[in-house]
Design a protein around this ligand. Structure first.
Ligand SMILES: [Zn+2]
Length: 478
């Protein structure tokens, strides 16, 4: 009954409640006025709403579909007739069904009042109706390859448009001299602070697109968007977000542009050498959806034939490391000695010659302890899940980190996984946060198996994450 609990307090007449109540009323009336059934879905007249029903309606859910499309079933059963498919981000109203019992919500669609059943674990709660994602003008979400230069231009534009909400600075430079930006969302003098980093792995630039779009979303909705009776402006006045949308701009650029991303012949040669060494270990494997992707089985044996090696151009799209061929997320001084990563340059899983050898690693170490951050959100892309722990964490911290993961999981519907249980190698930024800084932190994997993540997944990913920063800030300000 997660949703029911979360929605109860939307009835209090404080903060932005008046606006929210109006919106809820409008939403319900839209549903009642709609003419359903012109696209093959079921036709059904809606009962009149009255004052007595109102209290009950207020407890109903509004949810959005966070995947590309979701089947609407005629019964709470995937073997029943499929009435149609709801597109990503569609708003629905829950009629009944806790979701936890049957695994389904009995719903009405907001758009034209179609009725049916949705798998509950694909529905995410929405507190503030916002259907203008495509109209937000700055960050371009029409393609996946969101470049360093586009981000630079967008940061300027956003800070210019919302100077009282956003500020931006360069926190240092990458191996190739690209700036590593930090953007502040909210009141810099707030009592609490949250640290966010994205694109520590080059090919995972969908994380940059998500964080940039979230920044634009919150800034543009700052004075009318709300969460739990509070305007975003009130929430982010208490809790400030410090966002590093592209920690590894060289790696992102190599993955997007190939050799053109690096400046010197020496660096180009390093990329070619990495290809010759790595190509033997990459395998083309199917994921659970039957989509094939290149997997890093570098601990496996080299192939016997060279017939199906990855091409050089395709290899570079898989680049995770920085311009020195060091994987920043394997370069931290937490279990670095024992970590079984490569010691030679590679597209990924390469720990470098010594811990903290890379400027990007040192920057993260310095920046992450500049403030007494309440928590750390590390965005990655592979697997649609949330990691929350590191080997040997103290019990109280482990619990705190798990609760953070749980709060995010309720919204994103990503399952929570333990890395400590799997004896995963250490030396990552998440391990550094848990072990050196002793702070709660999560690694959030946004997309499915293939990386880079295709743009078709973006709307679903955005929908899952849209309210998460407001939710975290709200929790921290309590
Ligand atoms: Zn990653």
């Amino acid at each position: 009954m997660i949703f029911a609990t979360l929605f109860t307090s939307t009835l209090l007449l404080t903060g932005c409640q008046t606006d929210e109540w109006d919106l809820m009323k409008i939403t319900i009336e839209d549903g009642y006025d709609a003419v359903p059934g012109d696209d093959g879905l079921i036709d059904e007249a809606f009962p009149e709403i009255n004052e007595a029903d109102r209290a009950e309606d207020e407890e109903n859910l509004y949810a959005a579909v966070p995947v590309e499309s979701l089947p609407l079933w005629s019964k709470p059963d995937t073997q029943s007739a499929e009435l149609g498919r709801l597109p990503s981000g569609e708003l629905v109203k829950r009629i009944d069904g806790s979701g936890d019992d049957s695994g389904f919500y009995h719903i009405l669609t907001k758009q034209n009042g179609h009725e049916g059943y949705l798998a509950a674990n694909f529905c995410t709660p929405v507190y503030w109706r916002f259907e203008g994602l495509k109209e937000l003008p700055v960050v371009d979400i029409s393609k996946a390859e969101y470049t360093y230069e586009e981000m630079q231009a967008d940061l300027n534009e956003l800070v210019e448009a919302y100077p009282e909400i956003l500020s931006c600075r360069s926190s240092g430079q990458s191996v190739s001299g690209r700036e590593i930006y930090q953007l502040t969302l909210g009141n810099p003098d707030a009592e609490r602070h949250v640290f966010v980093d994205a694109s520590i792995h080059g090919r995972e630039y969908m994380t940059t697109l998500l964080t940039m779009k979230l920044i634009e979303y919150y800034a543009s909705q700052y004075y009318n968007g709300c969460y739990h009776n509070l305007f975003y402006s009130e929430i982010f006045d208490q809790v400030c977000f410090h966002i590093y949308p592209m920690v590894n701009p060289d790696g992102v650029s190599i993955s997007q542009l190939g050799e053109d991303a690096v400046q010197t012949e020496e660096q180009r040669q390093l990329l070619r050498d990495c290809y010759e060494t790595d190509k033997k270990y990459l395998s083309f494997l199917p994921d659970g959806n039957g989509t094939y992707y290149w997997a890093d089985n570098y601990r496996g044996l080299p192939r016997e034939t060279a017939d199906d090696y990855i091409s050089y151009d395709e290899y570079l799209t898989q680049w995770k490391s920085n311009a020195n061929g060091v994987d920043i997320n394997d370069n931290f001084d937490i279990g670095w000695e024992e970590a079984k990563y490569k010691t030679y340059p590679s597209h990924g899983q390469a720990k470098g010659k010594e811990p903290g050898s890379e400027p990007e690693t040192r920057l993260l170490m310095a920046e992450s302890q500049k403030k007494d951050y309440s928590c750390y959100l590390n965005y990655h892309t592979r697997g649609q899940l949330i990691y929350y722990d590191s080997f040997g964490m103290e019990e109280a911290l482990l619990q705190e980190s798990y609760e953070l993961a749980q709060a995010l999981s309720e919204f994103t519907r990503y399952p929570i996984y333990s890395t400590a249980d799997h004896e995963k190698d250490k030396a990552g930024f998440g391990d550094y946060v848990h072990t050196a800084l002793k702070k709660p932190g999560v690694t959030i994997e946004l997309g499915r198996d293939p990386s880079p993540v295709p743009i078709e997944e973006f709307t679903g990913i955005f929908t899952r994450h849209r309210e998460t920063w407001a939710m975290l800030a709200y929790r921290l300000s309590e």
